[in-house]
Design a protein around this ligand. Structure first.
Ligand SMILES: [Zn+2]
Length: 126
């Protein structure tokens, strides 16, 4: 069951004129981008991993695909798109980070969130 908490995604959506009442998924620029084009894709409702409906899953996949296509079309230097899922089930808002990697750019691998230190195994980035 959906909880009533708010979060950074809900706050960003409240401020976004791009969201419509019919949207089941959204794509918004990440508040602390690791790279140009770093975008968050999420259900429009504050749903965690176990709350998401089948329709929302489809909408999320479509939003991620469209974000990847648009990002790559805007920058031909992008060679890869990382898609990282965050699926908190206790308080979070399910979301995916869409992270473009550019040619000759730093391979992200386990360092997706770099200086945030979240999953980095590099002591210089923790
Ligand atoms: Zn939320």
């Amino acid at each position: 069951m959906a909880n009533e908490q708010t979060c950074f995604i809900c706050e960003a959506l409240d401020a976004s004129p791009a969201k419509t009442p019919d949207d089941q998924a959204v794509a918004i620029p990440f508040r602390a981008p690791q790279f140009p084009g770093h975008t968050v894709v999420a259900p429009a409702a504050h749903h965690d991993l176990e709350d998401v409906t089948d329709e929302e899953w489809i909408a999320i996949g479509q939003a991620a695909r469209r974000t990847s296509i648009r990002t790559r079309a805007e920058d031909p230097d992008i060679e890869k798109i990382y898609l990282v899922a965050i699926g908190d089930v206790d308080r979070g808002h399910l979301h995916f980070h869409v992270l473009p990697k550019r040619k000759n750019g730093t391979p992200l691998g386990p360092f997706v969130f770099g200086e945030l230190g979240w999953i980095s195994s590099d002591p210089k980035l923790s």
